[in-house]
Design a binder for this molecule. Structure first.
Ligand code: FAD
Length: 535
C-alpha cells in the first residue's frame, strides 16, 4: 500500500511507469543535490527504481511529491525532514520517499494510495497510523503487525499467533488509540510484539486486576508483568516499557543519528564562481537562463500534463507561438518552433507525452538547440533556490520588452501567455494561484499598450517579491527586494522618497531586458563537457 503525500499545490502529472529510451535531452541535474537524503530518513525516488520500491508488499510508504523549484516545497522541507527523522523508529513498517516532479524521470503518475491533504506533522502522523493499521501485512516475508484487539476468548497461543519466534514478549496495551500508535512506536524492539486490549476488564484473562490497568508485558509461558505508564500517551507508555526492559537486562532502544544541518553550499566550485560573477554584475539577462526556461517548459513541464485540450490547448498554442515570434533559441531553435507551431495547428489536442515526442523528434533533425544547460543569472547560491522560477520571470520580462519593440502582437499577449502558463503548466500551484489572483486584481485584460504591459509585469513581480521577502525559501545571497534597486538605477526613484518613477523604470526595463543587453556568459570548455547531457 502506498500513501501519497499529496499536498494540493504539488503536482506530479505523470503517465507511464518506465523511462522511455531515446529521448534526446536528459536533464543535467545529477549534479544538483536532492532536497532530501537517507540521513533524513527520506529516500529519493527516481523513475522506475521508485516504481519497484513502491510495489513492495506489506510495507507502508509515505511519498511526498514535490517540485524542488517551488518555494512551498522548500519551505516545507525542514518540517518533513524532522518528521521523517522522528519516524525512523517505524522503519520496519514504513518507508519515506520524496519524488521531485521537476525531473522528467519522475513523470509517471501513481494512482494508488491515499492523498494526505495537510502539512501538519501531527495530522500526518495520525493519518499514517490509521493507514498503517489498515494495511495488509499478510503478503511477503516482512513484518507482521496485528492491530486487531485481543478477543475475550483468545488463548495465549492466539495472542502470539501472528508473530514469529523472535518475539518473546507481548505488550498488552489499553486503550485502543494509544495501543495503535504503541504498536508502531515499539517497532525498534523486534522481540516485543504489541496487542491491544479494548476493554480493560480483559486484563483479568491474564490474571491481572483490571482496575486502572493500562500496560502489561506477557511472556511466552503466560507470565504477566503489569507496568505503570508515566503518562497518558504512546510515548509515555513506550518510555515506561523501555525503562522496565532496561532494568531487567534487556538491551536499550536503539538510537538513530540526528540528521545534520543541511549543507547550503554549492557542490560545484564553478557554480559558486558564476554566482559571484552575477552578484557583481549589473546584468539581469543571460542567454543560458532563457534557454533553461524554455527547455524545462518544453521537455518537462508541458509533457507532464497528461492531456491537453480545450483552453489548455489554446494556451499551449499561444505560448509556443510567442516563443517562436520572439525566438531566443537561434536558427535551429526557430526551425523547431516553426514546426512545433505547425504541428499544433494540425491537431486539436495532444497528450504531454506526444508533445515531448514531437519536440524530441524535431530536435533529432537539427543541431543542438540548448547549448550549455546551465543557469547563470538564475543560478542560486544554494542547490535548490532560484533556477526555473527565476528563469521564467526573466523570460517573460524579456518577451514583454521584445513585444513592445516588434508591436506585432496586441498588448498583453505576453502577459496572457504567462497567465496560461501559470494556470496550466506551472508546477507550483500556490504560486500559480497567487499570480492568477494578482493578475485579475490588476486587470490583466485591460492592459492597452505594450509599455503598460512591461510595467504591469514589473509591478506584479514586485508584489510577489514583497510577499516573499524574508521567506524561508529565499536565496540568502539573492534576497527579495524591490526591482530595480536604487544602486542599479538611481533615476528610477523619486529624489526624496522610495517611490518609483514609472517613466524611468520603463526606460530601465527596456534597457536591461533588451536583446542588445543579453549576456552570453562563456563557460569554459571543460565545464561545458561536464555539464552536457545531450545524447
Ligand atoms: C508567475 C510566477 C508566480 C510566482 N509566485 C510565487 C508565489 O506565490 N510564492 C512563491 O513562493 N514563489 C512564487 N514564484 C517564484 C518566485 O517568484 C521566484 O521566482 C523564486 O523565489 C526565485 O526567486 P529569485 O530570487 O531567483 O528571483 P525572481 O523573483 O525569480 O526574479 C528573477 C529575476 O528577475 C529580476 N527581477 C526581480 N524583480 C523584478 C521585477 N519586478 N521586474 C523585472 N525584473 C525583476 C531579477 O533580476 C531576478 O534575478 C512565482 C514564480 C512565477 C514565475
Amino acid at each position: 500500500m502506498v500513501w501519497h503525500f499529496g499536498l494540493p499545490y504539488y503536482t506530479c502529472i505523470i503517465l507511464t511507469l518506465f523511462m522511455q529510451e531515446g529521448h534526446l535531452m536528459q536533464r543535467c541535474d545529477e549534479d544538483v543535490k536532492p532536497l532530501y537524503s537517507e540521513v533524513d530518513n527520506v529516500l529519493v525516488g527516481l523513475g522506475d527504481s521508485l516504481e519497484r520500491s513502491l510495489a513492495e508488499p506489506a510495507m507502508g510508504k509515505l511519498v511526498q511529491f514535490m517540485n524542488t523549484y517551488c518555494g512551498n516545497c522548500r519551505r516545507f522541507a525542514p518540517t518533513f525532514k524532522k518528521m521523517a527523522v522522528d519516524l525512523q523508529k517505524w522503519n520496519r513498517a514504513l518507508r519515506i520517499y520524496a519524488v521531485d516532479c521537476a525531473l522528467w524521470e519522475n513523470r509517471s503518475r501513481h494512482e494508488t494510495g491515499t492523498d494526505i491533504e495537510t502539512q501538519n506533522p501531527t495530522e500526518i502522523v495520525e493519518q499514517l497510523i490509521e493507514n498503517l493499521s489498515e494495511n495488509d501485512y499478510s503478503g511477503g516475508s516482512g513484518i507482521k503487525l496485528n492491530f486487531d484487539p485481543i478477543e475475550p476468548d483468545d488463548e495465549l497461543q492466539e495472542v502470539y499467533a501472528q508473530f514469529d519466534n523472535k518475539v518473546s514478549y507481548i505488550l498488552l496495551v489499553h486503550p485502543v488509540e494509544i495501543g495503535m500508535e504503541t504498536i508502531l512506536n515499539m517497532l525498534p524492539y523486534p522481540d516485543v510484539g504489541v496487542r491491544i486490549i479494548k476493554d480493560a476488564e480483559m486484563f483479568a484473562n491474564f490474571g491481572l486486576k483490571p482496575c486502572k490497568q493500562k500496560l502489561a508485558l506477557l511472556n511466552r509461558s503466560g507470565r504477566v508483568q503489569p507496568i505503570r505508564p508515566k503518562g497518558e500517551s504512546s510515548s509515555a507508555y513506550v518510555n515506561s516499557v523501555a525503562a522496565f526492559l532496561e532494568r531487567n537486562g534487556h538491551p536499550s532502544m536503539p538510537t538513530w543519528p540526528i540528521a545534520p544541518a543541511p549543507e547550503n553550499n554549492l557542490s560545484d566550485e564553478y557554480d559558486a564562481i558564476i554566482v559571484d560573477y552575477v552578484l557583481h554584475s549589473r546584468k539581469v539577462l543571460f542567454q543560458d537562463d532563457l534557454e533553461q526556461a524554455i527547455q524545462q517548459l518544453l521537455h518537462v513541464e508541458i509533457p507532464k500534463t497528461p492531456f491537453i485540450s480545450g483552453y489548455k490547448f489554446k494556451a499551449l498554442r499561444h505560448i509556443i507561438r510567442l516563443l517562436r515570434r520572439f525566438n531566443v533559441l537561434g536558427r535551429d531553435g526557430r526551425r523547431m518552433l516553426n514546426s512545433l507551431v505547425k504541428h499544433l495547428f494540425e491537431v486539436d489536442e495532444i497528450t504531454g507525452e506526444e508533445f515531448r515526442d514531437v519536440v524530441d523528434d524535431l530536435q533529432t533533425r537539427l543541431d543542438p538547440i540548448f547549448t550549455d544547460e546551465q543557469y547563470v543569472g538564475c543560478l542560486g547560491s544554494t542547490p535548490h533556490t532560484r533556477r526555473y522560477s527565476c528563469s521564467l520571470w526573466t523570460l517573460f520580462h524579456y518577451l514583454t520588452v521584445l513585444a513592445a519593440q516588434a508591436k506585432t502582437y496586441p498588448p498583453s499577449s505576453v502577459t496572457i501567455g504567462l497567465y496560461g502558463l501559470a494556470k496550466y503548466f506551472y508546477g507550483c500551484q500556490d504560486g500559480a494561484k497567487h499570480f492568477m489572483k494578482l493578475a485579475k486584481r490588476r486587470m490583466i485584460a485591460q492592459v492597452t499598450s505594450h509599455d503598460e504591459e512591461i510595467l504591469w509585469l514589473w509591478e506584479i513581480h514586485n508584489e510577489v517579491n514583497e510577499k516573499l521577502a524574508g521567506d524561508a525559501s529565499e536565496d540568502p545571497r539573492f534576497p527579495k527586494v524591490q526591482f530595480p534597486e536604487r544602486k542599479h538605477c538611481p533615476e528610477c526613484y523619486s529624489e526624496d522618497s522610495d517611490e518609483f518613477d514609472r517613466d524611468e523604470v520603463l526606460k530601465y526595463m527596456k534597457r536591461v531586458y533588451d536583446l542588445e543587453y543579453l549576456s552570453i556568459y562563456d563557460l569554459p570548455d571543460h565545464h561545458k563537457k561536464a555539464k552536457k547531457c545531450t545524447q
